[in-house]
Design a binder for this molecule. Structure first.
Ligand code: 13P
Length: 245
């Protein structure tokens, strides 16, 4: 059985006080949840404070990005060992906003994935097609390349740290969710691309306008193992409702 993951990607929102306040409010709302993994991914300046606040609880803390070198003259970047040292256990890699605005490619995604694995960080690798690609009938071709190149050169024991998030770009922040059928179709396709001996174990999350109102029907699909939630993860109440779908 794959344990579901409900992850909140806060993107570039909140200040330190709001971030810590969020964790304090979320903790009692989800303290009884044990059958799914709860993850928040705050902006990097708040990782340590939120991780300290959540320490010992069922709320995990992850980064929204990382760099592939361990250290060096890379102004502005943050490495996997740094993330580990402040209490992070997860990292999102290759979000479509990173690909769109910060020139990330499947090749850099792969380097970041290997850096995360080397330091025992759980990696959430994001894939997804744009509206234009979907309308041209290229969805499966695009996803296949993102998976094949982004997840290249993994050894069998690396896969336990790999999580995939399917986030159709046209559904992110638009209020336009993929239908459960559309999402399931791509999730099943992704699972079919994974090595046979691990495919059944890998969690594939859906992201793109997940809300308390639509999470249940998405999670009812056999290949949807969780959600990567943006806007609706910013308020403890709505995020708790999604967690308790
Ligand atoms: P929204 O839930 O705001 O559409 O964002 C999805 C997302 O990009 C999560 O990583």
């Amino acid at each position: 059985m794959r344990k579901p993951i409900i992850a909140g990607n806060w993107k570039m929102y909140k200040d330190l006080t709001e971030a810590v306040d969020f964790v304090q409010k979320l903790l009692p709302l989800v303290s009884d949840v044990s059958d799914r993994t709860i993850l928040i991914c705050p902006p990097s300046p708040f990782l340590k404070d939120t991780a300290d606040e959540a320490c010992g609880s069922n709320i995990m803390v992850g980064a929204q990005n990382l760099y592939w070198e361990d250290e060096g003259a890379f102004t502005g970047e943050i490495s996997a060992p740094m993330l580990k040292s402040v209490g992070c256990t997860y990292a999102i890699i290759g979000h479509s906003e990173r690909r769109q605005y910060f020139c990330e490619t499947d090749e850099t995604v792969n380097k970041k994935l290997h850096a995360a694995i080397k330091h025992n960080l759980n990696a959430i690798v994001c894939v997804g097609e744009t509206l234009e690609q979907r309308e041209k009938g290229e969805t499966f071709k695009v996803i296949e390349k993102q998976i094949k190149v982004g997840l290249d050169k993994l050894e069998i024991d690396h896969w336990s740290l790999v999580i995939i998030a399917y986030e159709p770009v046209w559904a992110i922040g638009t209020g336009r969710t993929a239908t459960p059928e559309q999402a399931q179709e791509v999730h099943a396709f992704i699972r079919g691309l994974l090595p046979k001996n691990v495919a059944g174990e890998i969690r594939i999350l859906y992201g793109g306008s997940v809300k308390p109102e639509n999470v249940k029907e998405l999670m009812a699909k056999p290949d949807i193992d969780g959600g990567l939630v943006g806007g609706a993860s910013l308020k403890p109440d709505s995020f708790a409702k999604i967690i308790k779908y």
